[in-house]
Design a protein around this ligand. Sequence first.
Ligand code: NDP
Length: 295
Amino acid sequence: DSSFKVIDGKSVAKQIRDEITAEVSRMRESIGVIPGLAVILVGDRKDSATYVRNKKKACESVGINSLEANLPENSTEEEVLNYIAGYNDDPSVHGILVQLPLPSHMNEQNILNAVRIEKDVDGFHPLNIGRLAMRGREPLFVPCTPKGCIELLHRYNVSIKGKRAVVIGRSNIVGMPAALLLQREDATVSIVHSRTSNPEEIIRQADIIIAAVGQANMVRGSWIKPGAVIIDVGINPVEDPNSPRGYKLVGDVCYEEAIRIASAVTPVPGGVGPMTIAMLLQNTLISAKRVHNFE
Ligand code: NDP
């Protein structure tokens, strides 16, 4: 019906980047500090290299300094830890991001634990996740993708309090923190994962759906409660002979079916993706403001 909305993550992200640009220049002009983000990339995965390049470009576009460490695939864990130690001690670095996945010979836990919690702009440090889960405690940073999902709900005036929310997926980086955030905002939250029996039945009760699975078009129109709001995190390549690349990207929710039933849906691409990077920039700014006591 006519009240249906496409949740335009691209334009919200642009608006947020403009707000960050203004804050970064206000900070530079009043105290002479420029926020800095260091990104560590190990190996030569094409997708990771693209993400890192996009993050770098995004930093430049808002006036944040970006530093980059590109380590070869066969680096040792110790070498990565040395870079982290250097950035931990560097006062011009306010955020440190280790691009995942790391090569399989490295212990991801050891490496993520080494990032100073004050510079953990990805919000993946167990202390930050632990505080996110606790009542009355505040994490220093909230993970970027789930934070972007909630920000979209806020900017589109979707009320969360008292609503039934279903998060599909329980990964450390998206599903689990998304569920914790919704719960902090007083939603009643269910989590659907690969071992859930009758997922449709649970998903159909949701006023708010956050889908973070990685399965193209898994959520069908018939699984959606009329009027539900859908945030689709999934990014899945599917064959498309009409595209010059031979493929296109789709979400975890069948968009064509969802728009007939839901009241609002994020598209893929152009929904959550651009928000993730905007939240990374925002976390870097928050970090620089906090360490310099700048309001
Ligand atoms: P993971 O593979 O780490 O987690 C997937 C989750 O989905 C798991 O919890 C898994 O359950 C669950 N799952 C898998 N199959 C099913 C199923 N058939 N029914 C219900 N649940 C299922 O993925 P991520 O969380 O890292 O990413 C999810 C998606 O989001 C991907 O498409 C990824 O590309 C995208 N993504 C997008 C970002 C953005 O910026 N827009 C950022 C990060 C990710 P179980 O725990 O039981 O294995």
